[in-house]
Design a protein around this ligand. Structure first.
Ligand SMILES: C[S@@+](CC[C@H](N)C(=O)[O-])C[C@H]1O[C@@H](n2cnc3c(N)ncnc32)[C@H](O)[C@@H]1O
Ligand code: SF4
Length: 460
C-alpha cells in the first residue's frame, strides 16, 4: 500500500475527532515561558555557530489591507501602506542585532516571508528589505535554497513577482480559500478567479519552481457542491501543492470571526462530506497526501522527500531542509535555534520599542529538555513518515522504547485495535484510515497536553 494513500473513514473520524495541536512545534507555543529571555537566546545563538548548521530565515510581515472574517493569523489591518517603511527599517535593525551573535557565513538554505500579507509592502520597501537580508546573510546562488513567499493575489504590485524571483525566491503560496462568490462575500474576501490564476501563470512564466494554493473547507455558505466546484476549477490549474485547511472557528479567540453567522456554517456532517469528496477529487487528479492538510503532485519535491523518508516539518510547514537553525524576524515571529524556541513580542509597538532600544525582542521561549527532544523527534517523524521505527529511536536516544513509553502503550494499542495504526515490537505504521487523525497519534506522545488547558481547533 502506498505510503501516501489516504482512506476516509467517517466513523473513525467521528470517534476520534477532538481538539488538538497542529504540532508546528513541540512543545507547542502555549508552553513557552517568559523565563526564556534575550540572554538565553543569545546563549543559544552563540552555541549554534559551532555547529555551522545552515540557516533558515523567517520574516513576519503582518499588514493586510482588508480583513478576512475567518482569519486566525497574526496581522494588522490597515490601508496605510507607508507603515511598511518603518517596519522594514526595524527588521533591518533586528537583523543587525541578531548578526552580532550569528556567524553570517552560514548558508541560508531556507527563507520564508509570511504574514499577514508580505506583498502589502510597497515595492520600495520590499527592495529595502531584500537589501537588508542580502547585506546580513549569505544567500545561496542558483536556486539551491528553498525561498518562498505567501501571496494574496489582491495585493500584488506589477513587477513584484519578477523582483522576488530575481532575488532568488522560487516558491509561492497563494491565499484563495474558496472561489464561490457567495462564500467569498460571507467571509469578506472577494477575489476574482481570473486574478488568482493570472498570478499563478505569471509565477510559472517567471520560473518559480513550486506553486501552492490555500483553500479552507468549513467556511460559511459552503456546500458539498460549491466546494467541489471550487476544487475542480483549482485542479484544472494543477498547482504543485494544495493546502486544504479545516476552518478553525474560535470566535472567542479571533474576534472578527464573530462576524460569521453560526447558522451559515456547514454542519459537522456536511464538513466531513466536503472533506471526503475533496480527498476523492484530489486523489483522482493524481495528488498525494503529504499530511496535515497538505497535498502535492507526486513529482513535487515534498512528495519525493516523503517517499524517501527525508521530509521535515517546522513552523513554515513541510520542507526538505532539516537541520537548520531558524532565525525569525518581525512581531510575533518564532525562532528555533539549537534546542530552543523563542517568540518575539507579539505587539507591533512592543516589538519595535525593543528593537529600537538595541535589544532582541524576545517575549518568551523554551529550552528543550532531552525528553522534549526525544518526543519532538517522534512527533516530527510521525507527521512526516506516518511511521515510527522503535529500534532506530531507541538507538538514537539511548532508551528502551517499550519501557520508556510503557504508560502510553495501552493508548497506542487501543488505536491499533480501532484501525488507526498497526504496531508490533519493531514499530508502528499509521494506516491510510488513520492518517487524517495523525494529530491524535502525536497527542499520545505529548507530555504537556494535560499540563495546561489550551483552546485548540478540532482535528477535522
Ligand atoms: C497568512 S495567510 C496567507 C497569505 C495572505 N495573507 C492571504 O490571505 O492570501 C495564511 C493562510 O492561513 C489560512 N487561514 C487563515 N485563517 C484560518 C482559519 N481560521 N482556519 C483555517 N485556515 C486559516 C488561510 O488559508 C490563509 O491563506
Ligand atoms: S487571510 Fe491573509 S489577507 Fe486575510 S486577513 Fe488573514 S492574513 Fe490578511
Amino acid at each position: 500500500m502506498s505510503k501516501q494513500e489516504l482512506v476516509f473513514d467517517a466513523d473513525l473520524i467521528r470517534r476520534y475527532d477532538q481538539p488538538g495541536p497542529r504540532y508546528t512545534s513541540y512543545p507547542t507555543a502555549p508552553h513557552f515561558h517568559s523565563g526564556f529571555d534575550e540572554a538565553a537566546l543569545i546563549r543559544e545563538m552563540t552555541a549554534s555557530n559551532v555547529s555551522a548548521r545552515p540557516l533558515s530565515l523567517y520574516f513576519h510581515l503582518p499588514f493586510c489591507e482588508h480583513l478576512c472574517f475567518y482569519c486566525a493569523c497574526t496581522k494588522i489591518v490597515t490601508r496605510h501602506h507607508e507603515w511598511g517603511t518603518p517596519y522594514v527599517a526595524r527588521l533591518g535593525r533586528e537583523m543587525a542585532l541578531v548578526r552580532r551573535h550569528i556567524d553570517g557565513e552560514r548558508p541560508v538554505t531556507q527563507l520564508h516571508f509570511g504574514g499577514g500579507t508580505p506583498t502589502f509592502l510597497r515595492q520600495t520597501d520590499m527592495v529595502a528589505l531584500l537589501e537588508h537580508i542580502r547585506h546580513h546573510f549569505h544567500l545561496l546562488p542558483d536556486d539551491q535554497g528553498e525561498y518562498g513567499i505567501e501571496i494574496d493575489p489582491r495585493a500584488l504590485e506589477p513587477g513584484t513577482l519578477a523582483l522576488l524571483r530575481d532575488f532568488g525566491f522560487n516558491r509561492i503560496s497563494l491565499g484563495v480559500q474558496d472561489l464561490d462568490p457567495e462564500v467569498q462575500k460571507a467571509v469578506h474576501r472577494e477575489q476574482g478567479e481570473e486574478l488568482t490564476f493570472a498570478v499563478l501563470d505569471e509565477a510559472r512564466g517567471l520560473g518559480y519552481r513550486s506553486s501552492s494554493l490555500d483553500l479552507i473547507y468549513g467556511l460559511p455558505l459552503q456546500t458539498e457542491d460549491s466546494f467541489a466546484r471550487t476544487l475542480e476549477r483549482v485542479l484544472q490549474w494543477r498547482p504543485d501543492r494544495l493546502s486544504i485547511f479545516n476552518y478553525a472557528h474560535l470566535p472567542n479567540r479571533f474576534q472578527p470571526q464573530q462576524r460569521i453567522r453560526d447558522a451559515d456554517l456547514p454542519s459537522p456532517d456536511a464538513k466531513l462530506r466536503i472533506l471526503a469528496n475533496s480527498i476523492d477529487q484530489l486523489q483522482a487528479a493524481g495528488y498525494v497526501y503529504i499530511g496535515m492538510d497538505h497535498f502535492a503532485l507526486p513529482d513535487d519535491e515534498l512528495a519525493i522527500a516523503q517517499r524517501d523518508g527525508t521530509l521535515y516539518r517546522n513552523f513554515q510547514g513541510y520542507s526538505t531542509h532539516a537541520g537548520a537553525d531558524l532565525l525569525a524576524f518581525g512581531m510575533s515571529a518564532i525562532a528555533m535555534v539549537g534546542p530552543s524556541y523563542s517568540q518575539n513580542r507579539k505587539e507591533l509597538d512592543a516589538w519595535g520599542a525593543a528593537v529600537d532600544s538595541g535589544h532582541l525582542p524576545v517575549e518568551r521561549g523554551l529550552r528543550l529538555s532531552d525528553e522534549d527532544l526525544l518526543r519532538r523527534h517522534i512527533i516530527t517523524r510521525l507527521i512526516c513518515d506516518f511511521a515510527l521505527d522503535f529500534h532506530r529511536i531507541a538507538a538514537q536516544f539511548a532508551i528502551d522504547f517499550p519501557q520508556h513509553f510503557a504508560p502510553i502503550l495501552p493508548r497506542l494499542q487501543q488505536m491499533a485495535g480501532d484501525g488507526l495504526l498497526q504496531m508490533d515490537a519493531r514499530g508502528l505504521t499509521v494506516t491510510p484510515q488513520g492518517r487524517l487523525l495523525i494529530r491524535h497519534v502525536c497527542m499520545a506522545f505529548d507530555a504537556y497536553l494535560d499540563a495546561k488547558p489550551v483552546q485548540y481547533s478540532r482535528v477535522i
